[in-house]
Design a protein around this ligand. Structure first.
Ligand code: FAD
Length: 516
């Protein structure tokens, strides 16, 4: 059994910033990540950049862009928090404190790029590896911090709550409260109790429950599923943003091909290499992200194709290599040369606008449990996300959550109950079951709960996923716990929550598109 001031679950931008800011204020922090290395997060693979401020930019202009992109469903309080603190924290934390080396112009000012639906260029970046550069700086600081105990290959299994786990029977009458988590050492396959005065969920997204996803394999909604099981309020889960262009190489993980390529003139081509976007939208390849994603999906259905094409090979090759070094070298490693040939692409699940419902300081509906970053739903994104707002959202909520908590923790007297040790069952789970169940989840989500939804598809998905969840819970109860089994259990729960959200909401809005 371990005990700490704060347990931070997830080491992307949100978890890393929260851990650093709390440790700096004198609190002991345990920070865990489930990946084999610290690099397995959405934050580390973010390409495009993070919102800062443009030349003649204003908080009002950014607020308007977020509100428009969110199709009117964004939470005004969340927008206000982001535009008020966002650019300031990029300056004070990322640039001044952690020394992230954003790309500079020859005159020393920051290079700014204009992304789709932004009123002006206001996004700073580090070539096409912004996330990597930010996380490198944060991991360096974490390694130097004596108060952060940082462990990768450690997965939270379930949150420990008074009502579910306390051995004191009458604790069920106390307000719903989290006191830590059961955490698995993925290598030793041993589960330990970690008690914490406060637990912060920063487990990121859930794209991996879909067949095609730009996210790393840890993004299967672990935090969402754990919070839901603990009784937390979750919301807006039907709003899944799909990215139009992920590289399609069979049997390889999908790799994001930045929208900046289309901004630079890249053309989408049908299976038989013909332009088609003008049939779908007056802005052609520069139509809004969701229109482009759905158009590609429709063209794929029409041609019974596994993928379409994206062509930028007509541009100067040295320019392409310099502007997109990561994309260029990744494609080359898969035998594809973007300077000479069109790239095979598919749309892919990219970002979850919904999640665990939180306020401006990351409070969930459970006491002593906060959520920050992509796992949370601050309401900022409403029904759709404005490009490059999510790294900033993680930064702002992590910092404000840490500051708020630092004031509150010393004034509290936190109760830790006696709880059951983890009981490890012995039955070895059949790997084939896990693999097949994942295929069922991913195919079902892609075909029935994907880019284009209707009542029949969603009802079919619900029926299949409910049965699957029942089967998985049955063998989970008696099987020896592994990181794979833990992930499957969370994956099916996450898929069900998205499906229920999509079924209940009959109104097409933002990235939730229903035929009927
Ligand atoms: C390819 C790609 C490109 C993107 N580009 C941009 C961009 O240019 N600009 C932008 O603003 N946004 C971008 N995004 C979105 C953005 O990267 C994410 O929304 C953001 O990084 C999420 O940060 P986070 O800290 O909430 O989660 P993540 O960075 O995903 O971190 C989640 C962490 O939780 C850990 N974890 C998960 N489950 C468990 C568990 N059970 N136990 C312990 N740890 C667990 C993971 O190991 C990981 O460390 C992009 C996303 C992708 C996938």
């Amino acid at each position: 059994m371990l005990q700490t001031d704060v347990l931070v679950i997830g080491c992307g931008i949100a978890g890393a910033i929260a851990a650093l800011e709390l440790a700096e204020k004198g609190f002991e922090v345990i920070l865990i990540g489930s990946g084999t290395t610290e690099w397995e997060s959405n934050s580390a693979v973010a390409q495009g950049g993070i919102i800062f401020r443009g030349q003649s930019d204003s908080a009002e202009s950014l607020a308007q862009d977020i509100y428009k992109a969110g199709a009117g469903l964004s939470n005004p309080a969340a927008i206000d928090q982001l535009v008020r603190f966002g650019p300031r924290f990029v300056q004070e934390l990322l640039i001044d404190k952690y020394k992230v080396a954003f790309d500079l112009q020859p005159d020393g000012s920051f290079c700014l790029t204009e992304e789709a639906a932004h009123a002006c260029p206001r996004v700073v970046f580090c070539r096409d590896q912004t996330g990597h550069a930010i996380m490198q700086a944060l991991f360096e600081a974490i390694r130097k911090s004596p108060r952060i105990c940082f462990k990768t290959r450690h997965s939270a299994v379930d949150l420990i709550t008074l009502s579910h786990h306390s051995k004191v029977m009458t604790d069920i009458y106390l307000p719903s409260t989290c006191v830590g988590a059961y955490v698995m050492d993925n290598v030793k396959q041993h589960v330990e109790i970690v008690f914490a005065k406060e637990t912060i969920l920063a487990t990121g997204g859930l794209g991996e429950v879909f067949l095609h996803s730009t996210n790393p394999k840890e993004a299967r909604g672990d935090g969402l599923a754990m919070a839901f099981r603990a009784g937390a309020r979750v919301m807006n889960l039907e709003y899944i943003q799909f990215h139009p262009t992920a590289l399609y190489v069979p049997s390889e993980k999908r790799f994001l091909i930045s929208e900046v390529l289309r901004g630079e003139g890249a053309k989408l081509l049908s299976w038989d290499l013909k332009p088609f976007m003008d049939h779908y939208h007056s802005r052609g390849c520069l139509a809004p992200r969701d229109v482009v994603s759905r158009s590609i999906y429709q063209e794929m259905l029409k041609g019974d194709a596994h993928h379409l094409w994206l062509d930028i090979s007509f541009k100067d090759s040295s320019y392409l290599k310099d502007r997109f070094p990561k994309i260029h070298s990744y494609c080359l490693s898969k035998g594809l040369d973007m300077t000479k040939e069109p790239l095979p692409i598919v749309p892919a699940a990219h970002y979850a606008c919904g999640g665990v419902a939180v306020d401006e300081w990351g409070h969930t509906s459970i006491q002593r449990l906060r959520a920050i970053g992509e796992v949370s739903c601050t309401g900022l994104h409403g029904a759709n996300r404005l490009a490059s707002t999510s790294l900033l959202e993680g930064l702002v909520w992590a910092k404000n959550c840490a500051d708020h908590l630092a004031k509150e923790l010393p004034l509290r007297k936190d109760y830790f109950p006696l709880v059951e040790e983890w009981q490890m069952s012995e039955e070895i789970v059949d790997g084939a079951l896990i693999q097949q169940d994942w295929m069922t989840i991913k195919q079902t989500m892609w075909n029935y709960v994907g880019l284009v939804r209707d009542k029949n598809r969603l009802c079919r998905a619900l029926k299949m996923l409910e049965q699957l969840k029942w089967d998985i819970e049955s063998f989970y109860a008696k099987a020896r716990l592994t990181p794979e089994l833990l992930g499957l259990r969370n994956g099916v729960q996450t898929a069900l929550l998205i499906t229920l959200g999509a079924l209940r909401n009959r109104q097409s809005l933002g990235c939730h598109f229903r035929l009927n």
